[in-house]
Design a protein around this ligand. Structure first.
Ligand SMILES: [Zn+2]
Length: 161
């Protein structure tokens, strides 16, 4: 595979996830945005909504997985790709394991809850399908910058995640 167009496509899609992260920030949420992409098209997009919903499971990744499953009328999401601006937490990796997604693309590593490789290494766990491709660090700096805007407000941040 020629890597260049492949990377350019992932960066273009990550920019859309970043737009969602910015929305989260403006709504007082921890800024993580997520997408589900199928056949090159965004079929679901959302961001963290824990504060607005009072739902501890309302992470952007979970919300887009639910939307995509509902749209496709199937809990299995083979051929679907999850884009998220931050490394998924253990809960979201649990959802990734359940869905049989074919690709996970994320931006910034997450120091406290990142469960792909930072605090737990689920990327290498036998529960995860061998068929999933994982691409960390796509638009990493931009994704980190959005999160840092939230970290500038430590009193709020400590309550968010
Ligand atoms: Zn999560």
């Amino acid at each position: 595979m020629n890597d260049k167009p492949h990377l350019a496509k992932m960066r273009r899609l990550m920019r859309e996830a970043l737009i969602e992260a910015e929305k989260a920030l403006s709504e007082g949420e921890f800024p993580v945005g997520a997408l589900i992409v199928k056949d090159g098209n965004i079929i679901a997009r959302d961001h963290n909504r824990k504060e607005q919903t009072g739902d501890p499971t309302a992470h952007g990744e979970i919300l887009v997985i639910r939307k995509a499953a509902s749209l496709l009328k199937d809990w299995r999401l083979p051929g679907c790709e999850l884009y998220t601006t931050a490394e998924p937490c253990p809960m979201c990796m649990g959802a990734v394991i359940q869905t049989r997604l074919s690709k996970l693309v994320y931006g910034a590593a997450e120091k406290r809850f990142g469960a792909v490789e930072t605090t737990a290494q689920l990327a290498h766990h036998p529960m995860l399908s061998n068929h999933i491709e994982i691409y960390p660090g796509i638009l990493e700096l931009e994704c980190e910058a959005v999160m840092r805007q939230c970290f500038c407000r430590p009193a709020q941040e400590s309550q968010r995640r």
